[in-house]
Ligand binder design. Structure first.
Ligand SMILES: Cc1cc2nc3c(=O)[nH]c(=O)nc-3n(C[C@H](O)[C@H](O)[C@H](O)COP(=O)(O)OP(=O)(O)OC[C@H]3O[C@@H](n4cnc5c(N)ncnc54)[C@H](O)[C@@H]3O)c2cc1C
Length: 480
C-alpha cells in the first residue's frame, strides 16, 4: 500500500498532485531544497504575476528579480564565479517547476536565459568580458537571451541569411536581423549568431557575438500572441554596431559547434521541461476542480466518474514518460560532462553533448506533442468551468500550444529523425549544400532534347556571369 508523502504546496488552495507523482529520486538533497524554495516563490510571486502578464502582455521582469533573489540566474555558473554550479538535471527541474507552479512565460524566458548563459560559459575560459558578465547575473538581474531566427529563413534558425559581421580595426561590426527573440528589448544581453566575418558563401561558417541592451533595437509594442504572452518574442535589429574583439563568443566560425554542443542541447532540454511543466500544471489545476465540484443529483464529485479518472490516468502516464525522457537526457549530458563541468571546454575541441543531438530532438517532439493533448483533455475534464479564464487552465492550454511551433518545430524534428534514421545524418543537409542527384536526374528525364539544350545554355551563361567579377575589377568590393 502506497503511503502519501507531503503535498508539494502545503496551502489548501493548491489542490494539485502530490509529490508521489514526481521523480524526486533524480534530485540531490540540495536540488530538492532548491525546488522547495522555488515552489514557495512560485506560489507567492510568480503565479500571481503570471495572470497579469498574460492579460496585459507584461514582460516578467518582477519574476526574474524573484528568481535572482535565490541565485537562479547563475544556476549553471561555477561556484568559484559566484554561481550555484548546478547540472543539467537541475536546469530541467528548475524550468519544469517554474512552468508548473509559477509562470510558463517566465519559464520560457528563463530557458532562453539558460541557453545564453551556457553559450557564454562554453567560451568564457579566456574571455574576461564573458567572465565579468557571468559573475554579475544575479546581483544585477542581468537577463540573457538567444537571438537566432531570421526573417528570411523562418524556423530554419541555423541559417542567418539576413545577418553578417565584418572585422574592424578594434573588433567587429555586427549586423543582425532576427524575426523572433524571446525577451527582445527587455533582456540585458544577447547571444546573436551571424555569418562569420570571413564569410564566402558557406552558410555553415557562423559566429556568435555578445550584444548589450543599449545596442539593440526591438519592437515589443508589436508583440501579441495566443500564448506565452509574457515572453515578448519580437523582432531584433543590431544595425552595424561596432564592438570590441572580446565580444566574439568563441573563435570565428565557432557557430556550428556552439549550436550543436550548447544552444540546441540546452534549448531542447529546458524547453521540453517547460512543456512538461505546463502539462503537469494543467493536471494540478484540473485535479483541484474535479475533486471539489459535486453533482448533487447523483451525489458524486466529477472525480468519481471513471471517465474522468481515465483522463487523469492517461495524462499522468504520458507526461511521466515525457518527464522521464527529458530528465534522462539531462542525466546523459551530466554523464558526458562530469556533471556540467565547464572546465572541460578549455579544450575547444571538446564537444561531448553534440554526438547525441538526435536524442535531444526526440524529447522536444514528445514533450511539445504531449502538452497540447494533456491540456486539451484537462480542459475537457473541467467542462465549461475550464473554458473560463479564472480557472487558468485555458492559459496553460494556450501557453502549451507554443511548443509545437517553436523552432526546431515538431514538423522539422520528426523529419530530421525519420530522414537521418533512413538515409543517414549527412542527408539532413542543413545548409542546402549537397545536391539530390536522384531528384535532379528524375527531373532531367522529363525534359526534351531541346529543353536540355536550353538549360545547358542557361547554366553556361550563369557560370560565366559568376566568374565575371574576377575579370572585371570595377565590380569588386561591392558589399551587400
Ligand atoms: C513563443 C515563441 C518564442 C520564440 N523565441 C525565440 C527566441 O528566443 N529566439 C529565436 O531565435 N527564435 C525564437 N522563436 C522562433 C522559433 O524558433 C521559430 O523560428 C518560429 O516559430 C518560426 O516561425 P515561422 O512563422 O517563421 O515558421 P515557418 O518556418 O514559416 O514554418 C511554417 C511551417 O512550415 C514547417 N516547416 C518549415 N520548414 C520545414 C521543413 N524543412 N520540413 C517540414 N516542414 C517545415 C514548419 O514546421 C511550420 O509548420 C520563438 C517562437 C515562438 C512561437
Amino acid at each position: 500500500m502506497m503511503t502519501t508523502t507531503t503535498d508539494r504546496i502545503s496551502s489548501e488552495s493548491f489542490g494539485g498532485l502530490s509529490e508521489d507523482f514526481d521523480p524526486q529520486w533524480l534530485l540531490t538533497p540540495s536540488q530538492r531544497e532548491l525546488q522547495a524554495r522555488l515552489i514557495d516563490l512560485c506560489a507567492r510571486v510568480l503565479r500571481p504575476n503570471a495572470i497579469a502578464s498574460d492579460r496585459n502582455l507584461i514582460y516578467p521582469q518582477e519574476n526574474f528579480k524573484a528568481l535572482a533573489s535565490i541565485g537562479l540566474l547563475g544556476l549553471l555558473v561555477p561556484t568559484e564565479w559566484g554561481g550555484l554550479g548546478e547540472n543539467h538535471v537541475c536546469a530541467a527541474m528548475v524550468v519544469e517547476t517554474i512552468a508548473r507552479y509559477g509562470c510558463p512565460s517566465t519559464a520560457m524566458c528563463y530557458t532562453m536565459h539558460l541557453g545564453a548563459v551556457a553559450a557564454a560559459l562554453f567560451r568564457a575560459h579566456d574571455n574576461a568580458e564573458l567572465q565579468t558578465l557571468l559573475q554579475r547575473l544575479d546581483k544585477d538581474v542581468a537577463i540573457g537571451t538567444l537571438s537566432y531566427s531570421d526573417p528570411e529563413t523562418g524556423s530554419h534558425f541555423w541559417y542567418p541569411v539576413s545577418s553578417r559581421a565584418e572585422e574592424t580595426a578594434e573588433g567587429w561590426q555586427v549586423f543582425k536581423r532576427a524575426s523572433w527573440t524571446t525577451s527582445a528589448g527587455f533582456a540585458d544581453w544577447y547571444i546573436v549568431q551571424t555569418t562569420s566575418p570571413d564569410f564566402d558563401g558557406d552558410y555553415s561558417d557562423l559566429s556568435c557575438f555578445l550584444i548589450y541592451k543599449s545596442e539593440v533595437q526591438a519592437e515589443p509594442h508589436k508583440w501579441d500572441a495566443l500564448g506565452l504572452r509574457g515572453n515578448q518574442s519580437g523582432t531584433l535589429l543590431v544595425d552595424g554596431v561596432v564592438i570590441p574583439a572580446q565580444r566574439m563568443v568563441g573563435p570565428s566560425g565557432d557557430g556550428t559547434a556552439s549550436n550543436d554542443e550548447i544552444v540546441d542541447p540546452f534549448f531542447l532540454l529546458c524547453s521540453s521541461a517547460c512543456w512538461n511543466g505546463i502539462a503537469m500544471g494543467a493536471v494540478d489545476i484540473a485535479k483541484k476542480h474535479v475533486t471539489r465540484k459535486k453533482h448533487v443529483d447523483v451525489g458524486m464529485r466529477v472525480a468519481d466518474y471513471p471517465t474522468i479518472q481515465d483522463y487523469f490516468g492517461e495524462a499522468i502516464i504520458d507526461t511521466s514518460a515525457c518527464r522521464m525522457y527529458t530528465f534522462s537526457m539531462g542525466q546523459l549530458m551530466d554523464q558526458l560532462t562530469n556533471g556540467c563541468d565547464w572546465s572541460i571546454h578549455a579544450d575547444t575541441a571538446a564537444l561531448p553533448r553534440s554526438a547525441n543531438l538526435h536524442w535531444y530532438w526526440q524529447i522536444k517532439f514528445s514533450a511539445a506533442k504531449n502538452v497540447a493533448h494533456v491540456c486539451d483533455k484537462m480542459l475537457h475534464a473541467c467542462g465549461g468551468s475550464g473554458f473560463k479564464k479564472d480557472m487558468e487552465i485555458e492559459r496553460y492550454l494556450r501557453d502549451g500550444k507554443a511548443g509545437w511551433v517553436m523552432g526546431p518545430t515538431n514538423e522539422i524534428l520528426r523529419q530530421f529523425v525519420g530522414k537521418s534514421a533512413l538515409l543517414g545524418f549527412e542527408s539532413l543537409d542543413y545548409w542546402n549544400q549537397s545536391v539530390n542527384e536522384r531528384v535532379l536526374h528524375n527531373e532531367l528525364k522529363k525534359m526534351s532534347a531541346e529543353d536540355k539544350r536550353r538549360l545547358a545554355q542557361t547554366l553556361l551563361e550563369e557560370m560565366e556571369e559568376a566568374e565575371a567579377p574576377a575579370k572585371r575589377p570595377a565590380m569588386a568590393g561591392t558589399t551587400a
